[in-house]
Design a binder for this molecule. Structure first.
Ligand code: ADP
Ligand code: MG
Length: 334
């Protein structure tokens, strides 16, 4: 059974960035306003994320890393929306099968923080002879998740990594997306022991300032905001897009559906085509698009390894968004 779990986990989490995505989403779900991420060797040696969210009850710590443990299934709708992204209480469980995982956490009600270590879904003692039970420690409200030696027991996966800097770049890219998207949440991401900050966005920054920090002033100064929605197709879209005077070397699409960073090839293709008529040859758009789609309209049967999301009336929704983009570009084109 452990082998099966390990294989399943290794399929869901193929790179450090996939583990981090789950951890960021958990921290945001916990109502955090500050997220600090520290990395060693592109997250392979160390991936640590500290938040100031609601924390985890001590009583829940024993089962925290069992598969299908979740505090988020309050309604059937919830089940559907969480199912969309392939995970139902599987993220921490998966990580515990392929890394050394420890959790330190404190709720508002608790008089101290609690720390525990996990392996293969269960609490384990930090050292032989010690107790596996959560240990009382000093700490403030929130949760710190520490993932060490990712894939230590999956040598084939480990060997597949060409360079730590490549993994680091993927992580900065992901953190940058969430830092743009998560209004009211501060983000920092750095390499352990390196005083030069990889990325830092203050909690009170507005969307344009967030884009400025992550993508630079050149793009931030050229942004146009747009919005569209349709009750009929069950969606609402909010977007910040580069205008026709500005282009980037390759398409930069920051796509969020129901507040999760996802990929959608049809959306990417349509956006590129729409821009092609306005930009000089070889120029590409910058588009940050946040879509809220009725969870009932999202395809819940996508395999967890797929980051692509499909939804009903994709064509109609994409057409509406691209029409908005087109008329906006037409206006500012000189
Ligand atoms: P899911 O997010 O689908 O519920 P996870 O395995 O990612 O499953 O997390 C399991 C549970 O652990 C969550 O439902 C939540 O109750 C708790 N949890 C995980 N991370 C945090 C965090 N940073 N702060 C508070 N609770 C957390
Ligand atoms: Mg989760």
């Amino acid at each position: 059974e452990d082998v099966v779990n390990k294989i399943a986990a290794g399929e869901i989490i193929v790179a450090p960035v996939h583990a981090l995505k789950e951890l960021i989403e958990n921290a945001v779900d916990a109502g955090s306003t500050a997220l600090e991420i520290v990395l060693k060797e592109g997250g392979l040696k160390l991936l640590q994320i500290s938040d100031n969210g609601c924390g985890i009850d001590k009583e829940d710590m024993a089962i925290l890393c069992e598969r299908f443990t979740t505090s988020k299934l309050k309604a059937f709708e919830d089940l559907q929306s969480i199912g969309t992204y392939g995970f139902r209480g599987e993220a921490l469980a998966s990580i515990s099968h392929i890394a050394h995982l420890s959790v330190a956490t404190r709720t508002k009600e608790s008089s101290c923080a609690w720390k525990a270590q996990y392996s293969d879904g269960k609490l384990v003692a930090p050292k032989p002879g010690q107790s596996a039970e959560p240990k009382a420690i000093a700490g403030r409200q929130g949760t710190q998740i520490t993932v060490e030696d990712l894939f230590y027991n999956v040598p084939t996966r480990r060997r597949a990594f060409r360079s730590a800097s490549e993994e680091y770049a993927k992580i900065l890219d992901l953190v940058g997306k969430y830092a743009v998207h998560c209004d009211g949440v501060g983000f920092s991401c750095k390499k352990h022991g390196d005083p030069t900050m990889g990325l830092s966005v203050p909690a009170n920054a507005g969307t344009i300032d967030r884009i400025r920090v992550v993508h630079g002033s050149a793009v931030a100064n050229e942004l146009v905001e747009l919005a569209c929605e349709s009750e009929r197709w069950g969606f609402k879209a909010k977007s910040w897009i580069s205008n026709a005077n500005y282009s980037v070397k390759r398409t930069s699409l920051l796509l969020f559906i129901n507040h999760r960073a996802v990929d959608s090839t049809p959306i990417k293709k349509a956006v590129e085509q729409t821009y092609a008529a306005f930009l000089p040859k070889g120029g590409h758009p910058f588009v940050y698009l946040s879509l809220d789609i009725d969870p009932k309209r999202i395809d819940v049967n996508v395999h967890p390894t797929k980051r692509e999301v499909r939804f009903l009336n994709e064509e109609e929704i994409i057409d509406m968004i691209c029409d908005e983009i087109r008329s906006s570009l037409g206006k500012v084109d000189t």
